[in-house]
Design a protein around this ligand. Structure first.
Ligand code: EPU
Length: 419
């Protein structure tokens, strides 16, 4: 993967319209899910992000025939001939774990190395494994490779200790063709859970309750191909909302689902921003320096952890002291050292960040430590006085489709330098 830098000349007020791409956390599950049928799927509204490129290579390595044109991908899984995912690709992304559920369901066997992904804290997959075992799937860790095998996958009632997004989706993938009924209790409710269930239902699955905390999956013998459009990205939407607010801008965010953003909109309004919504758009207008607030990241429908870093940048500019509590990942504060280089005044105590608002930030050389940290540094660069160079901006490309191009269309001065 080539490394790139973003060079941002800050201080511009961003205004205009931006269109949100398809959801990263949906597509990274839907592409492996397409392997569940011996047929052809057409996936639309596909974001052009690095995780999709890695998954395309992974699907091809497993024998699928994949064509990616613009925002559409055609996946022919009839030719799939391997249940062993290539290590080098698996290590490039967290969502590789979805291949475990998809391949074991298709072949009765899956071999997938321990997944990679952003370093934002401990990310075990014990709930996935517990769920698989309840379905009659044996999971062994053989020299760092999870080997999953089952003669028959049998529906079961699975209680998740923590409503994990990954475990909820992986259990859906593994159980969709099981014998009998699977019930996931304390399931995650994020928009991408609903999206993956809708995709599977479009393939002939029988899943009910996605979006609530109890999901029932009635196993079916076989699935068929379909055409499906990915839901707009909730986190990208929230990022544009924060960018409008931070740059004292006026941005209309098209192709989004305002309903998914209610906690975020409420928080922005509490900070004093003007948030207007229509059926499929949001408009955020800044009028003044933000008011300080308390933010506690929570599962959907709360304020998502994936926006914690980006919203902390906004709070750096507030008139007073804000409190941020990160409840999901213990190491999602690594970017704060980088923000301090830009003049932010933040103290971290365990999972709490105390943010004392400052008049402004200044540009500097900073490092993106993970995907959302990178996006947060872009927001900081946009408001900073002077030039900000964000190293390892390729992290941002894992989850944001052409962020620099979209920013320039809104009036930002952002250049990409490939290394
Ligand atoms: N957890 C366990 N055991 C498990 C699974 C999770 O202890 O078996 C814990 C984790 O350690 C963490 C918490 O539960 O503390 C959340 O984990 P979850 O399974 O919900 O998250 P994930 O599937 O690893 C997905 C997204 C993340 C997003 C989280 C929370 C994908 C590929 N990733 O991760 O996205 O932060 O849900 O919403 O869907 C991002 O987009 O930047 C990102 C990191």
């Amino acid at each position: 993967m080539s490394e790139s830098k973003l060079v941002v000349h800050g201080g511009k007020r961003l205004a205009g319209e931006v269109s949100v791409s398809g959801g990263k956390n949906s597509v990274v599950a839907i592409l492996p899910a397409a392997l569940l049928c011996e047929d052809v799927c057409h996936i639309e509204n596909l974001p052009a992000i690095k995780d999709v490129a890695v998954l395309k290579a992974m699907l091809e390595a497993l024998g699928a025939n994949v064509q990616w044109q613009g925002s559409t991908m055609r996946i022919d899984a009839r030719t799939l001939n391997s249940y062993s995912a290539p290590d080098a690709l698996v290590r490039k992304m967290r969502a590789s774990y979805y291949l475990m559920g998809a391949l074991v369901s298709r072949f009765g066997r899956a071999e997938v190395a321990m997944p990679g992904g952003c370093d934002i804290g401990s990310r075990p997959i014990d709930y996935h494994i517990k769920g698989f075992e309840a379905l009659g799937i044996t999971v062994e860790n053989v020299r760092g490779v999870y080997v999953c095998s089952a003669d028959t996958i049998t529906g079961s009632e699975i209680y998740l200790d923590n409503s994990s997004v990954g475990a909820t989706i992986n259990i859906m993938l593994a159980s969709v063709r099981a014998q009998g009924i699977t019930t996931i209790v304390n399931a995650a409710k994020e928009p991408h859970i609903v999206d993956v269930a809708s995709f599977l239902n479009s393939m002939g699955a029988r899943i009910k309750g996605a979006g609530t905390d109890t999901i029932r999956i009635m196993g079916v013998d076989r699935l068929h191909g379909c055409t499906y459009s990915i839901v707009p990205d909730q986190i990208e939407t929230g990022t544009w909302m924060a960018i409008a607010a931070a740059t004292r801008g006026d941005i209309t965010i098209r192709n989004c689902i305002p309903y998914h953003m209610e906690a975020v909109s409420a928080k922005l309004m509490e900070m004093g921003f003007d948030v207007r919504e229509g059926m499929d758009y949001l408009r955020v207008i800044d009028r003044q320096r933000p008011r300080p607030v308390r933010i506690r990241t929570q599962r959907y429908p709360g304020v998502p952890t994936d926006l914690q870093q980006i919203f902390t940048v906004l709070l750096c500019l507030a008139q007073g002291t804000s409190i941020v509590v990160e409840t999901i990942y213990e190491a999602r504060y690594k970017y704060i050292d980088e923000l301090r280089r830009m003049g932010a005044n933040i103290r971290v105590q365990d999972r709490m960040a105390v943010v004392d608002g400052v008049e402004g930030l200044w540009g500097n050389q900073v490092n993106a430590t993970d995907l959302r940290a990178g996006a947060a540094l872009v927001v900081a660069g946009l408001v900073a006085d002077g030039v900000t160079t964000i190293n390892r901006a390729d992290y941002i490309d894992r989850g944001y489709d052409a962020i620099d191009v979209k920013l320039r269309a809104l009036g930002a001065d952002v250049q990409r330098i490939e290394q």
